[in-house]
Ligand binder design. Sequence first.
Ligand code: THU
Length: 161
Amino acid sequence: MNHQQYKLEYEVYADASALKQEDASLLDEARKVTDQAYAPYSAFKVGAVAKLANGALVIGTNQENASFPVGICAERVLLSAAATLHPGVAIESIAISYNNTKGKSNHPVSPCGVCRQSLLEYEIRVKSPIRLILSGLEGNVYVIPQAGSLLPLSFTSEDMK
Ligand code: THU
């Protein structure tokens, strides 16, 4: 029997002003884009902005539905748009923020399990890691160098060979 350990390394910043300029402005955009979410059921508006290797910015917001499971997270709206508008182009960084309109927005939230799976496959697809910059509308910021690291022991197409 062997014990295995999985180590996740990420950076923690006290607030957006401690980030390098490029990351701070991407996070600022993500905070603004929360306004474009359609979240009448959860009142939890998520905004995501990606910086692509070709310099393009692509945004995504959560889009809910009266039939709850039909709703889609901001991250997967963004990935679908990026893959469609800029096929094959790597995503360097994605900033993700949220406006919890009935509560607080002062700590980072990280992508749900389904979105982690989608982010991982995108990294594999374009052979490039995606940095995540996570923060609420205020407060501390996490920078995760590789989105796929949030999904240890993941299932990928390799497992189907
Ligand atoms: N949501 C996202 O868009 N991204 C996340 O990372 C977490 C959750 C959305 C889904 C739903 O519309 C609302 O936030 C509350 O779960």
